[in-house]
Design a protein. Structure first.
Length: 116
């Protein structure tokens, strides 16, 4: 094999092992991890660092068609809407002097049993 072909095969293995058929293995018959193996999938770098993070404000629900809604609108379940927007509502009420403290307002919204 000529040098160019060996270099090309090494680069291909580094970027995507197995792109040329059988993946290259080490002396212990273990397949070498390529760059694409490191970044793709649920265990990959992108998933771990960018997509797999927990966030403070998010919700999950089922999307269904609402015949009374126009195309640019959506309807949220009340519990999700309260959870998603409670910070903005509380700050607005405190700013307008309609509530003195956020803890008191949360007790009014949720009831005393759900506030720590």
């Amino acid at each position: 094999m000529c040098q160019e072909k060996l270099v090309q095969e090494a680069v291909d293995t580094l970027l995507d092992n197995g792109i040329r058929g059988q993946p290259i293995k080490d002396g212990h018959n273990k397949v070498y991890m390529s760059f694409s193996d490191v970044i793709e999938g649920k265990e990959g770098r992108f998933w771990e660092t960018l997509l797999g993070k927990r966030v403070d404000y998010s919700g999950r629900s089922v999307i269904v068609v609402g015949p009374s809604l126009s195309l640019h609108r959506c309807r949220l379940p009340r519990e999700i809407a309260i959870e998603l927007f409670q910070t903005f509502v509380i700050h607005g009420l405190i700013r307008q002097h309609l509530a003195s403290r956020s803890k008191t307002l949360l007790i009014d919204l949720y009831g005393a049993s759900s506030i720590n």
